[in-house]
Design a protein around this ligand. Sequence first.
Ligand code: C6P
Length: 412
Amino acid sequence: MKVASTKLNIDVESIRKDFPILSRQVNGKPLVYFDNAATSQTPQQVIDVIVDYYSRYNANIHRGVHTLSQEATDAYEQARIKIQEHFNAAKPHEIIFTAGTTHAINLVASGFTTLLKEGEEIIVSTLEHHSNIVPWQMLCERTGAKLKVIPMNDNGMLKMDEFDKLLSEKTKLVFVNHVSNALGTVNPVKEIIEKAHAVGAAVLLDGAQAAPHIKADVQELDVDFYAVSAHKMCGPTGVGVLYGKEEWLQKLPPYQGGGEMIATVTFEKTTYADLPHKFEAGTPDICGGIAFGAALDYMNSIGFNNIAAYEHELLEYATEKLMQIEGLRIYGTSTEKTAVISFNIGDIHPYDIGTIIDKLGIAVRTGHHCAQPVMDYYNIPGTVRASFAFYNTKEEIDIFVEGVKRAKNMLS
Ligand code: C6P
């Protein structure tokens, strides 16, 4: 597909050639993949790393003296360092490999069971994905702590004056997403962190939807925990990381017991390994961790500033085109947004639009997007969500908009 992108330092035509899946057909039409917030596609450079791992040095790590095990261990620990550098963590052992964002959040929630007391308070926001709500509800059930919620407004932005009112000396933890998956809102996380720290509360940012678009600097943010998934940033599924400040990771007890996370084991007493291994029980997704490092290399070779600028152009283009469709309402109109458009047309069910445009080769997500409180706020069952990546094009948006118009005509 021809891409005109003269203003931007990004060659989309050549980038698209890196993604084999983008040249496939779906239902007899060229694939238009606009479900990037659910999972992104994988470039050949990352696929090659996965094939190379299983072809040449598949072995268990941290336990073998043989060459394959050492090669695998080196590559895995190199990936940890790449991830540390990418997020500007102070130390490699502040990067804990997890199965993804959900696992990372549950690790922290489990750890706070012994640190939180009855009557203390946790703050989350209305904009959260269920994986940044349910673990905290479960933590409250275990500890007797109370969950408070920052409300949102019609634009899909957090009401920061209400956040101010919720904060008190009882607040121990604040959990918000950096970017909302349902609406694309970029939250004022720096302000949230400063205000939470002022009352002595720790902050976890769910970075699942921010990391593919914004290069977060955890030291600059001064955030206590940051959770991400590799599969949303050109890496494989089933792997992610939790960044944690060393002081917090030292305070939290291990999440799971097993091999790798121990220093010594007797039936009388077990002592735990140092960071990061204390939180990495069992054989991890070794290939996944290595491929995550390769995915970051790939994205950094394009450049996050270039990615953000290009995606913003796609967002503006698509928003303008979609707004011309009568009866279409976009949910989430914050001035700070990533390239996500959630919308409905009149009372047409989002599922019906998604099903019709799938026949035209177009992939979007429909439903509540695991963010039911956001849908409840707007009093809707769900939306159609189109989410763009740096390998999408304006030509694809034209096809998508025509598809949506066709669906509307068929369903009205
Ligand atoms: N959101 C979406 O379509 P996992 O599944 O652990 O990789 O990520 C969970 C998660 C946590 N927080 C946010 C903000 C997310 O968006 C997601 C995943 C996908 O929006 C799949 S539900």
